[in-house]
Design a protein around this ligand. Structure first.
Ligand code: G3P
Length: 215
């Protein structure tokens, strides 16, 4: 499974990339707004740090606007993937952008029917929002299972990108189900590394080593 980082924070991306853990980056308008900087400036800086797919989201919601904005975003850098909302106008735009060789990430997916439509339109990635389904007492992981099964049944090329990940078990479950990618907040990347027995074991080794230091 590929690991993307879900942030526009340059320090977070630099930290995770230094561990060799980042295959790509996803951003959205809320994440860009948190930086207090412009989308283009931040996105181009991300492209310098990570050599992989970098999702940048359009703000237009009509076909012509999404295609125009999508082409502009794609022209910024070869690694840009145009993030498009899962609405009818968005899927029309995905079809047009795909025909021009521009990669797309269809976002705000909350159902299997929506995911089928996105694959039919030619999306490069589909982003089901796991955590937000859990937030309203659903089971986000069921959606991952449905989409992975459906895409396998019909050999769709669209990759399943598990998004809105909130904790390490989301990552493990998405991997067990065969999601192609999980996009993780920086905090979750560090949570994945942690184990109390690792910390306790290291503390004991270092304490024991001190007993024979200089011997
Ligand atoms: O990038 C889209 C997605 O990962 C957002 O997550 O935590 O805002 O639901 P969240």
């Amino acid at each position: 499974m590929k690991i993307f980082i879900d942030t526009a924070d340059i320090d977070e991306i630099r930290d995770a990339a230094a561990m060799g853990l980042v295959d790509g980056v996803t951003t959205n308008p809320s994440l860009i707004a948190k930086t207090g900087r412009g989308q283009k400036e931040v996105t181009l800086e991300i492209c310098e740090l990570v050599d992989g797919p970098i999702s940048a989201e359009v703000l237009a919601t009509d076909f012509e606007g999404i295609v125009k904005e999508g082409k502009e975003l794609a022209a910024w850098h070869d690694n840009i993937v145009v993030k498009v909302p899962l609405i009818a106008e968005g899927l029309k735009a995905v079809r047009a952008l795909t025909a021009e060789g521009i990669k797309t990430n269809v976002t705000l997916c909350f159902s299997a029917p929506q995911a089928i439509m996105a694959a039919k339109a030619g999306a490069t990635y589909i982003s089901p929002f796991i955590g937000r389904i859990d937030d309203i007492s659903g089971t986000g992981m069921h959606l991952i299972q449905e989409i992975v099964t459906i895409y396998q049944n019909y050999d769709y090329d669209t990759e399943v990108l598990a998004a809105s990940i909130r904790h390490p078990m989301h990552v493990v479950e998405a991997a067990l189900l065969g999601a192609d990618v999980a996009t993780l907040p920086h905090k979750v990347i560090h949570q994945l590394l942690k184990h109390p027995l690792t910390d306790a074991g290291l503390e004991k080794f270092l304490a024991d080593a001190k007993k024979t230091a200089g011997a």
